[in-house]
Design a protein around this ligand. Structure first.
Ligand SMILES: N[C@@H](CCC(=O)N[C@@H](CS)C(=O)NCC(=O)O)C(=O)O
Length: 220
């Protein structure tokens, strides 16, 4: 039995769950996955004893319980042997923390209007000024980070790390809702989709049968 257990929501919809799952799968960590479909009786019954916040994702490492996607990513990066989470160089590390925190706490309009839905393949007719600002800001973060630190590979700091895990759900939103992107951002979205771990998540999402109307009726 594996020591690590990650409790997640639906792969189709749970953007917060995707972050640590992708990081764990990409790094080849052995873990047990417990999937609780959002808005279900199973979720309501089981989450109480699994997650102090009542939300997913939550990681169990033996007796230790770690919740909140960013805290989980940091915890995983600190495991022995350590995983490549933050870049080494201090300036790059500070930037990686800034953009991850900005993602964690911000972009409310984008989140509200373009919720992650892995199965979605149709454009939105109308996007609010606020969501447009979020989309521009994210592309400028990606562009500037890749230009300054992206030489070693196709990810924000070259190699896949915590900042990429934080932004992976945005790649799904951009692709699913057909958001037009600049060439660099498009290439970054493709790099996220090309990860074998991402393909595994998407295959899991495609196999799910639950459909939540609040995510499926947007812009139709
Ligand atoms: N800040 C948290 C947010 C987690 C969150 O909002 N999770 C949602 C699913 S994606 C959830 O558990 N919703 C269930 C509920 O609120 O009942 C994180 O980063 O993990």
């Amino acid at each position: 039995m594996s020591r690590l257990r990650l409790v997640i929501g639906n792969k189709n919809y749970s953007s917060w769950s995707l972050r640590p799952w992708l990081f764990m799968r990409h790094h080849g960590l052995d873990f047990e996955e417990v999937r609780l479909p959002l808005d279900s009786d199973t979720f309501r019954q089981r989450i109480v004893e699994l997650s102090p916040s009542g939300r997913v994702p939550v990681l169990h490492d033996g007796e230790r319980v770690v919740w909140d996607s960013l805290a989980i990513l940091e915890y995983l990066a600190d495991l022995q042997p350590p995983l490549r989470g933050w870049p080494e160089e201090q300036g790059a590390r500070a930037l990686a923390r800034c953009i991850s925190a900005e993602m964690h706490a911000g972009f409310a309009d984008l989140r509200g209007e373009l919720p992650m839905n892995c199965g979605r393949r149709s454009s939105l007719h109308a996007i609010s000024a606020g969501a447009r600002r979020d989309i521009e800001r994210i592309q400028s973060i990606w562009r500037q980070t890749r230009q300054a630190h992206g030489d070693g590979g196709p990810f924000l700091f070259g190699h896949f790390g915590i900042a990429d895990a934080m932004y992976a759900p945005v790649a799904v939103r951009f692709r699913g809702y057909g958001v037009p992107l600049d060439a660099d951002s498009q290439a970054y979205v493709e790099a996220i989709y090309a990860l074998p771990a991402m393909q595994d998540w998407l295959a899991g999402a495609a196999a799910e049968s639950e459909r939540l109307a609040k995510y499926e009726t947007i812009g139709h």
